[in-house]
Design a protein around this ligand. Structure first.
Ligand SMILES: Cc1cc2nc3c(=O)[nH]c(=O)nc-3n(C[C@H](O)[C@H](O)[C@H](O)COP(=O)(O)OP(=O)(O)OC[C@H]3O[C@@H](n4cnc5c(N)ncnc54)[C@H](O)[C@@H]3O)c2cc1C
Length: 380
């Protein structure tokens, strides 16, 4: 495993840095965080960043996951708020690319790669989050249509996205094996959205999504009936590496702020960074980030070689998000009272870090997956 960036990855990183400096930061300063940043998203498409690891025949970049996570980490480290947008947009792309028919791939992937269509992933329901096989949204086959009824919650890009991958029950009483997945397009009669939810951390746009006798063509089934849970879990295995990447980006950004601040802020006649108490915090923060980054890189490295990676993906998600929580909290501590102020950047990073410990399987669920995989290996 090579720990340095390849020349192509370094070029991509520079492209991201240039884009964030020239366009993203001025955009946020001018427009604020209230609305989804459509111009920035479209620009990601123009720059070839909206489908990095997907096949070139469908307009993707044809690059490996290692390159993809380099971009996500860098977008987040630089405070663009676009790393998580790409990470979520990537879930429906993964699903369509992996399980979709040729017609579905041709219809959605090139437009998603150009960032003309935004994707969303709709699994969670008000009474079924971690226990995702317990969802209630129903999909009933009626002739050549499926009729969807139910409700999703916390759907990132809900109301904004054009393409929703929706998990729904096609056979009641069969648990995970009764779940199927569908593609539902914005504008379909019966697809409705609740008000914008306001989770902490910027700028997550989540909404409730309702299916009120929402009729979709039979051809919108992804994979086979009863395969929906597998479809969702397969996407989340890969998605977790991207959550690790954005969380490490957040942690690195907080660390960079804290390190600089420790040389500027004076107490007892010295820079606070001269005190061993602060130095030890900085050392632990840097070591934690480095360790989490290496596990994330290993997970991507395994995936790029077609080797099993779900154990390492869960470890990467767990370590990166817990590290990000700790590092951002310590960054606030290093800033002292100023750390809690909205005039300084670190409190927002702390709130953003918390989201990582919850999405795409909480960290309790990651521990369950890791333990299950370890026991499975022992028994084999
Ligand atoms: C900002 C944000 C964006 C999101 N985006 C999306 C999205 O785009 N699409 C989507 O489908 N969902 C999305 N979600 C939902 C997210 O995936 C769920 O919130 C998450 O899976 C947890 O489910 P829950 O909130 O129902 O918590 P619960 O499942 O009710 O869990 C509550 C607590 O119990 C713990 N717990 C549950 N079961 C166990 C167990 N067996 N052992 C130990 N502890 C356990 C959990 O870890 C947690 O701490 C998003 C959530 C947020 C906050």
């Amino acid at each position: 495993m090579d720990y340095t960036l390849t020349e192509d990855q370094e070029q991509l990183r520079r492209l991201v840095e240039d884009f964030v400096t020239r366009e993203v930061k001025p955009y946020w300063e001018k427009h604020g965080y209230e609305d989804f940043p459509w111009p920035l998203f479209r620009k990601l498409g123009e720059l070839g960043l909206a489908a990095i690891p997907f096949p070139t025949e469908y307009g993707g970049g044809g690059l490996d996951y290692s390159s993809y996570i380099t971009v996500l980490e860098e977008l987040t480290r630089l405070g663009s708020h676009l790393g998580s947008v790409l990470s979520v947009h990537g879930l429906p792309q993964l699903i369509i690319n992996h399980f979709g028919t040729e017609t579905q791939k041709q219809k959605y992937l090139p437009a998603m790669a150009r960032a003309e269509l935004l994707g969303a992933f709709a699994l969670t329901e008000p009474h079924a989050g971690s226990d995702a096989a317990n969802i209630n949204t129903r999909a009933e086959l009626r002739g050549d249509k499926y009729l969807l009824r139910g409700q999703k919650i916390w759907i990132t890009h809900g109301g904004e996205a054009d393409v929703y991958i929706v998990m729904a029950v096609t056979e009641k009483g069969k648990g995970a094996r009764g779940v199927s997945s569908f593609v539902v397009e914005k504008g379909t009669p019966g697809l409705a959205f609740g008000k914008r939810e306001r989770p902490m951390g910027l700028p997550h746009h989540t909404r409730e999504v309702f299916f009120e006798d929402c009729e979709i063509p039979r051809g919108n089934l992804i994979g086979r009936e009863g395969e929906g849970f597998k479809v969702a879990m397969t996407a989340l295995d890969s998605g977790r590496i991207t959550v690790a990447a954005t969380s490490i980006g957040t942690a690195q950004q907080a660390f960079d702020h804290a390190l600089r601040y420790s040389t500027e802020r004076k107490a007892f006649g010295k820079a606070i960074g001269d005190f061993q108490g602060i130095q030890f915090m900085l050392a632990d923060m840097a070591a934690g980030i480095e360790a989490a980054r290496l596990v994330m890189k290993k997970a991507a490295w395994l995936r790029d070689r077609g080797l099993p990676f779900n154990l390492e993906a869960s470890m990467a998600k767990l370590l990166a998000t817990d590290t990000s929580m700790k590092v951002t909290t310590d960054a606030v501590q290093i800033y002292g009272g100023y750390g809690t102020s909205e005039d300084y950047p670190v409190q927002a990073l702390m709130r953003e870090a918390k989201i990582g410990q919850i999405v795409e399987g909480t960290n309790q669920i990651q521990r369950m997956i890791i333990a299950r995989e370890l026991l499975k290996k022992l028994r084999q």
